[in-house]
Design a protein around this ligand. Sequence first.
Ligand SMILES: [Zn+2]
Length: 186
Amino acid sequence: MTFQFFLGTGFREQEVMFCSWKNADFKGKVVAVRSKPELGFRPKDKEERSVPVPDSLIAALANRKKESTSMFIFAGPDGKPNGHFLRVLQKLALRAGLNCGECITKQGKSCATQAMCREWGLHKFRKTFATMHSEAGVPPSTIQKWLGHSDLATTLRYLATADLRSERTRQQVNATFSGLKIEGAA
Ligand SMILES: [Zn+2]
């Protein structure tokens, strides 16, 4: 559920850490990033924002709230902001057999057997959030607001990488070579 929240909101790690129940609007189905200076959390002006989230995520949050004893949506075991999201994600990826198997540390440890695959970072959910909204037709200027980017160029850089793999690009590339018979393809 934590990582579904990362995906559904596109929030940065700190923004998830400091997201409190007060920031979730169950009726309007939006989750807000708000500064909490008393806790040392200060996003920049542009980064304070509200992000609409899918009905399914709002429903899951409502259920989670019933069990929660902390002001934070994803608190650590002590009720304080949770700083272990990356470690948890990397353990899950290893257990699920989803590591790439090609990352090696200077000490010679491999992601084939260790929870340390670089393919599994928290930022990837943010990029996927942007890509999925873009492919569903949300305009880049709207995605920019949801991501809390101060300039559109940053958002467009996010989307450019994703566009390489989009269905639209696929159709264009196949159309370009539609007359070419590739040996060994059939
Ligand atoms: Zn890896």
